[in-house]
Design a protein around this ligand. Structure first.
Ligand SMILES: *Cc1c(COP(=O)(O)O)cnc(C)c1O
Length: 430
């Protein structure tokens, strides 16, 4: 038992550890309830949610309109499977197409399933429309990518922790360096049918592409007949201050993958979007999902898209994101090199710390003790991605807590360094 952790938290942490698989390493906070941008743990302590479940809770926790849409639909029907039609799926797909500009949408549940859908679509497109022999289609993917956790997807990850021991992996993926066109050109073969890429690499540490990269990539795809498929499962639906992150790059992809925020923080809802010339490689029987596009999910997702518009959450993300980055940059300037970089777009920021001076995980845990939820990615990056409904006052409160944690850690380093210097001097004198 952790002496610092009260009994109630310990009870639930221990149960998860005892009966759960050990595939996560959660921050030791036991969340009991949440509302909008605030979370309360089982001891009643309050936190600001600067994580929003990796964008799944972009609308804030338990948004009243989304809860109402869910409850309305629960009074009718929840799940029928796609064996039948329903009254919510069509309107949801129509809305998805209207906001994205694509002609067709294919609903799934999790992000990884929508990525799998994209892979299947790209391969079939390569075979049927480009004449690549079936079984030889290849897809270009970026090093440092994160597209989910299925065995096919982790097979083209460059992160050892995601892959080790899970082979054999599916063939048909060629890696390029994110942001490097020479690398894209070198990885392209006569059998390449698509490029699958995130607009900003989130898990890799909120890495932005160099200016012009996506335009050059778009031109290369046009020249070679490759589909440009952008995975906006995390970046999409306002996270970056635009409805879709590809808008920052001045390009339009051939296909788009959405998830996370699409479910309004209530349900897993994802989608693969493309124009008919691409999507129509699917015919009845070629792809599906029992829960994909279920009536309940469609009702909630339709309302989630509507709420983004009505509450102007995209504009809010741009405005408050700029404020958040500015405030974190001020902390960086004060940090004596502990914070090396602050990068991001909209309400999506990665704070890069010097591993010689601090571990991202330790900072995240210290921050949680001060009532702010964030999450590290790799050893050196702390990610802030609050609900898009957050207020300026809450952003300021969260950054003030982060500043205290950083300055405290900086002081601890200075003391340690002072002590080791003093010891070295004593040793030298002796
Ligand atoms: C989270 C994520 C996925 C996977 O989504 P799941 O719902 O966890 O399967 C895919 N791509 C990106 C970019 C993501 O951030």
């Amino acid at each position: 038992m952790d002496a610092n952790r009260p009994a109630a938290s310990t009870f639930f942490v221990d149960k998860e550890a005892r009966f759960g698989a050990r595939n996560y390493h959660p921050v030791p906070v036991v969340v009991e309830r949440a509302l909008d941008c605030r979370v309360w743990d089982v001891e009643g302590r309050e936190y600001i949610d600067m994580m929003s479940a990796y964008s799944a809770v972009s609308h804030g926790h338990l948004h009243p309109r989304l809860v109402a849409a869910l409850q309305r639909q629960l009074g009718k029907v929840a799940v029928t499977s796609r064996a039948y039609h329903g009254t919510t799926l069509g309107p949801f797909l129509e809305k998805l197409c209207a906001v994205s500009g694509f002609e067709r949408a294919l609903p799934m549940n999790t992000g990884a399933e929508a990525v799998e859908t994209a892979i299947k679509c790209a391969r079939r497109f390569g075979h049927l429309r480009r004449g690549i022999p079936d079984g030889q289609q290849r897809i270009l993917v970026a090093r440092g990518n994160f597209h989910g956790r299925t065995s096919t997807i982790v097979g083209f990850s460059s992160e050892p922790a995601y892959r080790a021991g899970f082979g054999p992996f599916a063939d048909g993926f060629d890696a390029f360096d994110f942001g490097d066109m020479d690398s894209v050109r070198a990885a392209t073969t006569a059998h390449s049918c698509a490029v699958l890429v995130e607009p900003i690499q989130g898990e890799a540490g909120v890495l932005l592409p160099p200016p012009g990269f996506f335009q050059a990539l778009r031109a290369w795809c046009d020249e070679k007949g490759l589909l440009l498929i952008i995975d906006e499962v995390q970046a999409g639906l306002g996270r970056t201050g635009r409805l879709f992150a590809f808008e920052h790059e001045g390009v339009r992809p051939d296909a788009l993958i959405l998830g996370k925020a699409l479910g309004g923080g209530l349900l897993p809802v994802s989608a693969f979007l493309a124009d008919a010339r691409v999507m129509d490689v699917f015919d009845p029987g070629s792809h599906g999902s029992t829960f994909g596009g279920n009536a309940l999910a469609a009702a909630v997702a339709l309302e989630a898209l509507q709420v983004l518009e009505d509450e102007q959450l995209v504009e809010r993300s741009a405005r408050l994101g700029e404020h958040l980055r500015g405030a974190l940059q001020a902390v960086m300037d004060e940090s004596g090199g502990l914070v090396r970089a602050v990068r991001g777009r909209g309400l999506w920021v990665g704070v890069d710390v010097d591993p010689a001076l601090a571990s991202a995980r330790a900072l995240v845990e210290a921050l949680a003790q001060r009532g702010v939820l964030s999450k590290e990615t790799h050893e050196t990056v702390i990610r802030f991605a609050p609900p898009l409904t957050i207020t300026r006052a809450l952003v300021d409160q969260a950054v003030a807590a982060f500043r205290e944690v950083v300055l405290e850690q900086r002081a601890a380093c200075a003391i340690k360094k002072g002590a080791s210097q003093a010891m070295a001097e004593v040793a030298a004198a002796a």
